[in-house]
Design a protein around this ligand. Structure first.
Ligand code: NCD
Length: 337
């Protein structure tokens, strides 16, 4: 895929080469994301950041990524605050809003809604999550993090032994990640979920057909024991018919320091797309892990900015002009590493 002036709706559009291209550009973004340098390469450009489902890090990191490239961000949040609540079609909304921006990011509760929206858009649209279907940019930043974490441990992606843990049925980040993993072969993948929340068979087939060694189970300790990367997910309560149904699975898996030290490989990396559910009835990833060097969840969120900056740069065709528009920051660079 050549990103220039294209939509990014699904990870299915991505080839290994195009992913490597994005990751190479993401690496070039570090000095800007770390606030050592400023680039104004997107000065004057406008992002329409449209979030019709709850979001903290995806919405803010897209906005932050665009700002860090010098562009401006306009936010629309909440279905009830938009004309969609008056019966306007996604097509019409897209026709209108694409006249006001240079690129749009959209999140919406229905599967394939972002694709439908893109049909009415005159500018590139990035899928920020469409219901339980896909979350392509999260999968990209997850893969970027997996590669970086393995490199930190002196390992490569061929040595990946990944445990996907939690609500694998509804988790769109897992679904998109499975597609990206299917571009590789010969990896070890453990799928650990309550039986009713197991990974849909189409994704299991995708992994098996790619030549991965896939194990399926529901035992936490066993599922963790071989993994060099653990990817925990939240019970996606908003996708269940009722709160009671979702509540049955809250707290089903609780990963904490004790379990980590007793059952995981030394230095195993813990990832989570976040938010982690820290309420007492769930506590899926305990705060007592916060100081573990293997806990990569906040490195993952930092990586989200790099990858989203890279996507904007490639889609808007400025990936080779970053340094031309660059200067040192005026302020004292504080505690950031
Ligand atoms: C995820 C999502 O929205 O799918 N969050 C995110 O974007 N980082 C995962 C979740 O909500 O559990």
């Amino acid at each position: 895929m050549n990103f220039r002036a294209q939509h990014l709706l699904s990870v299915r559009e991505l080839s290994s080469d195009s992913i490597e291209e994005i990751f190479a550009v993401a690496e070039k973004m570090r000095p800007y994301a770390n606030r050592q340098k400023v680039t104004r390469v997107l000065e004057g450009a406008v992002l329409g950041n449209m979030f019709f489902e709850p979001s903290t890090r995806t919405r803010v990191s897209f906005g932050c990524a665009f700002n860090l490239l010098g562009g401006e961000v306009r936010e629309t949040t909440g279905l009830s605050n938009s004309a969609l609540a008056k019966g306007e079609s996604l097509y019409d909304t897209a026709q209108v809003l694409s006249g006001y921006s240079d690129v749009i990011v959209m999140r919406h509760p229905q599967s394939h809604s972002v694709e439908e929206f893109s049909l009415g858009s005159r500018i590139p649209v990035i899928n920020g999550g469409d219901g339980p279907n896909e979350h392509p940019t999260q999968a990209l930043l997850d893969l970027f993090t997996i590669k970086n974490e393995l490199a930190r441990l002196g390992q490569s992606i061929d040595q990946l032994s990944l445990t996907l843990l939690g609500d694998l049925k509804h988790g769109r980040t897992v679904h998109s990640l499975c597609h990206l993993l299917s571009l590789y072969s010969g990896l070890k993948i453990q799928l650990v979920a309550p039986e009713a929340l197991s990974l849909p068979s189409s994704y299991v087939d995708l992994l098996v057909n790619a030549g991965h060694q896939v194990e399926i189970g529901s035992n936490l300790e066993k599922g963790l024991s071989q993994a060099n990367i653990i990817y925990q997910t939240r019970i996606q309560e908003e996708r269940f018919a009722s709160a009671e149904e979702a509540n049955q699975y809250k707290g089903y898996f609780r990963l904490n320091k004790q379990i980590y030290s007793d059952h995981c490989l030394p230095n195993a990396v813990i990832m989570h797309p976040l938010p982690r559910d820290s309420r007492n009835n769930a506590n899926e990833l305990d705060n007592d892990l916060n100081k573990e060097p293997g806990l990569a969840i906040f490195r993952q969120t930092d990586n989200g900015v790099l990858v989203r900056m890279a996507l904007f740069a490639c889609i808007l065709g400025v990936e080779n002009q970053l340094s031309k528009h660059e200067r040192n920051v005026n302020w004292h660079v504080g505690l950031r590493k």
